[in-house]
Design a protein around this ligand. Structure first.
Ligand code: ATP
Ligand code: MG
Length: 262
């Protein structure tokens, strides 16, 4: 089974949660037949890094406006500190983790999303060979949400979109979004255990799924449409969350399905 785990930035802010997830990832990746890739965000850390340097973060539709100085910080924070600290946690948990960004070996090629957003990219091509090479040899690739292009440009890519693009290219059977809420909540803040694509679109249209959750659901829908078998959204801090998401019993979070009958 091929699994892609996307870790939300907030989870990596707590060292206890980070170590617990690192141990769970190493355990899951060592199961026979499991090939596992990690993609991570780091939005809150990035906002703090910029604020410490007197730069205010600006968002349009949940995407960070990325000028030249912000892009430099994106590389330093996402592909630098956050990525390496996560790799270190996975190593400490006994794994063989390899830190990468989407630039490495042309893993993800992007193009500019819109001039008003600066260097924010949309993944247009993905080459999963490096992921297959690493996972087949029992390494755990850890991908920061930075992409390149054939002319040497670097782009800031929303981490959920990066996860969806990598999951589709990798041929993932499961895409697990681990975040700082229990799953997708309805207007009354009740957890939705199962949502169809149509129901997700309605939650976005009605403004119930907004901000980071809107970005996640849009990425999830795109992953399902590109052939990813199953998408789950759950709290990264929930006990044994990865084992529960990969096993059948003791369900947790929200499961997304293309249609109601599943
Ligand atoms: N309907 C909803 N159900 C659940 N969460 C929602 C909903 N609408 C908006 N949200 C917000 O979405 C947030 C999750 O997205 P967010 O982008 O903040 O985290 P992440 O993607 O896990 O981390 P990162 O962006 O750093 O990778 C929740 O903390 C919540 O505030
Ligand atoms: Mg997010």
């Amino acid at each position: 089974m091929r699994v892609l785990v996307k870790l939300g930035g907030t989870l990596l802010e707590s060292s206890a949660v980070k170590s617990s997830l690192a141990a769970q990832i190493v355990r899951a990746a060592s199961e026979p037949g499991v090939e596992l890739v990690v993609v991570h965000g780091g939005g809150k850390r990035m906002t703090r890094f910029l604020a410490e340097r007197g730069v205010e973060s600006r968002f349009v539709n949940g995407l960070r406006v990325t000028d030249e100085a912000t892009l430099d910080a994106v590389v330093k924070v996402f592909a630098g500190s956050v990525n390496h600290e996560l790799v270190a946690a996975l190593q400490a948990a006994g794994g063989q983790a390899v830190g990468l960004s989407g630039i490495d070996a042309g893993l993800t090629e992007a193009e500019q999303l819109s001039p008003e957003l600066g260097a924010v990219g949309r993944v247009v091509r993905a080459r999963p060979e490096l992921l297959h090479l690493l996972t087949a040899n029992h390494y755990i690739p850890v991908v920061a949400c930075v992409a390149g292009d054939s002319r040497g440009n670097i782009y800031n890519v929303n981490a959920d979109q990066m996860a969806a693009a990598c999951a589709a290219a990798f041929g993932a059977d499961r895409l697990l979004f681990l975040t700082d809420v229990d799953g997708v909540l309805d207007a009354e803040k009740r957890l939705q255990p199962l949502l169809t694509v149509g129901a997700c679109e309605a939650l976005i249209r009605d403004g119930v799924a907004a901000g980071g959750m809107q970005a996640k659901l849009e990425s999830a829908i795109s992953a399902l449409r590109q052939g990813v078998g199953e998408v789950r959204i759950a709290a990264g801090a929930a006990p044994r969350v990865i084992e529960r998401l990969l096993g059948g019993a003791d369900p947790v979070g929200t499961r997304l399905a293309e249609a109601a009958i599943q």
